[in-house]
Design a protein around this ligand. Structure first.
Ligand code: ZN
Length: 325
């Protein structure tokens, strides 16, 4: 089985954590080490971080490269090009618009720049894509609501959903009920990072709020009550194995719940989280799953079908993806 040659999908990929080293070299506003190894040590997180907070420190340099409209557009193109070279046919790329306004761009400027990069990529590369806009846990309710309302104007125009990202352990889902009530009112689809490094109950809350999917969700592994809820609601699970080991969300490969989730019929998928910070690709993630996490060859088509099923893509894209499997 040559995984590199398979058709692949990535539903959970952060823009800022996935920039190529070449992109960072050409877009950085400060002098960088000439040596690639030294640069990678600034961009990649250790294989085992102390916690999610240490992992998140690797986003500072890439974010500083993404403060103008052309930088943002080029970055979206750069990451989709990398994904396409890995055989990814459909990618949902996410980022937090508010983190790109430090030098004067408005939310609208940022979102339109990202759509520009996306359109250039899908018109010139064999890949389809959509953008997921992230609210941030440490931002105020007003900031997150403003992002939601602005992003909603671009739904079906390159934007497919919103998300909530950041430090789950210190900002529980309970704090964000008003944001997702407004998303529901606006018919804006959403996924929520939940049960990554926080409580399993965050997954139950995400479902209560109406999330179609959750980012990671691995904390439910020993909670049959929440697993039943996920199954009943057909909630999509966006697993990102390498990242989960790096952040310490899962300590041992034998404990990784992917096979268990699949055997229970949950809509689990395998994704990258961050191509650069996690030094990964969909091919590498699937290889890890096969080599060390108990995934069998026939599970690969189940994962692909699950990804199509839970994607925030329109029916044309879904139909096209299923025909290419
Ligand atoms: Zn993530």
């Amino acid at each position: 089985m040559d995984i590199a040659k398979l058709s692949k999908i990535d539903l959970h990929c952060h823009l800022d954590g996935s920039l190529s080293a070449d992109f960072v070299r050409t877009h950085a506003k400060k002098t960088l080490p000439a040596d690639d190894a030294a640069l990678y040590s600034m961009l990649r997180a250790p294989e085992r971080c102390r916690d999610l907070a240490e992992y998140l420190t690797r986003f500072d340099l890439p974010l500083s490269c993404l403060q103008s409209a052309s930088d943002i557009s080029d970055a979206v193109y750069d990451v989709l090009k990398t994904q396409s070279a890995d055989g990814v046919l459909y990618c949902e790329l996410r980022y937090a618009p508010q983190l790109h306004t430090a030098e004067g761009l408005s939310l609208r400027d940022v979102i339109e720049a990202s759509i520009d990069g996306l359109q250039r990529a899908v018109h010139s590369l064999p890949i389809k894509a959509n953008l997921i806009l992230c609210a941030m846990r440490h931002h105020s309710e007003e900031e997150n609501l403003a992002m939601l309302r602005c992003g909603r104007e671009y739904l079906h125009e390159g934007v497919c959903a919103i998300d909530l990202a950041g430090d789950e352990a210190h900002f529980d889902n309970e704090l964000f009920a008003p944001l997702f009530a407004e998303a529901r009112r606006l018919d804006m689809p959403f996924t929520i990072h939940s049960g990554e490094c926080g409580r399993a109950e965050n997954v139950a809350l995400a479902i209560e709020y109406g999330a179609a999917r959750v980012g990671h969700g691995i904390a439910i592994f020993d909670r049959p009550d929440i697993i039943s809820l996920v199954k009943e609601h057909r909630t999509g699970l966006e697993l990102c194995p390498t990242s989960n080991f790096q952040t310490g969300a899962v300590k041992h490969e034998a404990d990784y719940p992917l096979s268990s989730f699949l055997s229970k019929g949950l809509l689990a998928t395998v994704n990258t989280d961050n191509l650069t910070v996690s030094n990964t690709s969909v091919t590498k993630e699937l290889a890890l799953c096969m080599d060390s996490l108990g995934l069998h060859e026939n599970d690969l088509s189940v994962l692909f079908q699950n990804s199509v099923m839970i994607a925030f893509a329109d029916d044309n894209i879904k139909h096209d993806l299923l025909s290419k499997r």
